[in-house]
Design a binder for this molecule. Structure first.
Ligand SMILES: [Ca+2]
Ligand SMILES: [Ca+2]
Ligand SMILES: [Ca+2]
Length: 215
């Protein structure tokens, strides 16, 4: 293998390894905007709401995955338009606070995590909740599920791919309908190789192929 070919193979692999490294950007110690003033939304949207069942399993203890986006239009405590970043008129914390892993039984609570991506990235989201959870990214609905009691970190896992570099918002509504409450989250970001990186990697592979043919 010529020196130039060796250099190309070496540099391409280094760049790729760097781009593929995964970073935990949100976990259970990450602070965020917190809203614990929603009360029990089954009182507003029930009885018989599939999104907010009545307390103490009076309307069953459903296991639903996936769950569609809930209607939250009657809940002024969420502010003017929380999914668009407008918290006026709501019961949000004044700034970022620690997010408790448990809250008042039967109540709903809401969280907004703001995070910055320095490169285009794919996100892997692992979370657990007792009982239900609804997740938006930058105001777009992404995930919802509900189960009987218990919460563990790998309970729900899903990917959000090809986010652009810059500031983003992960918006979460936690649901409960009795027993206990619980919550855990881990979000991992992996940079998506830039077209330039891919070209460099391709060049490296071409160099490797040429080197092999010559050997
Ligand atoms: Ca509730
Ligand atoms: Ca659960
Ligand atoms: Ca519960």
């Amino acid at each position: 293998m010529g020196k130039l070919q060796q250099l190309m193979v070496g540099s391409a692999l280094v760049v790729f390894a760097s781009a593929a490294s995964a970073n935990v950007i949100i976990d259970s110690s990450t602070t965020g905007l917190y809203n614990q003033g929603l009360g029990d939304l089954s009182a507003t949207y029930g009885p018989g709401s599939m999104f907010f069942p009545g307390p103490n399993v009076s309307e069953g203890d459903p296991n639903q995955n996936p769950l569609a986006e809930p209607d939250l239009s009657l809940t002024g405590e969420l502010g003017a338009n929380w999914l668009a970043g407008d918290y006026t008129g709501g019961t949000w914390s004044a700034g970022n606070v620690a997010i408790p892993s448990s809250w008042t039984v039967n109540d709903e609570t809401a969280i907004v995590y703001e995070f910055l991506l320095t490169e285009n990235s794919n996100l892997q989201i692992d979370l657990g909740v007792d009982n239900g959870i609804y997740v938006w990214l930058d105001g777009g609905y992404e995930f919802g599920a509900m189960a009987p009691g218990g919460s563990f970190l790998s309970e729900y896992s899903f990917a959000l791919n090809n986010l652009s570099a810059g500031t983003h918002f992960l918006q979460i509504l936690r649901e409960d309908h009795g027993g206990a409450t619980g919550y855990g989250i881990k979000v991992t970001a992996t940079a998506v190789p830039e077209p330039g990186t891919l070209a460099l990697l391709g060049l490296g592979l071409v160099g490797l192929t040429v080197a092999r043919k010559k050997a």
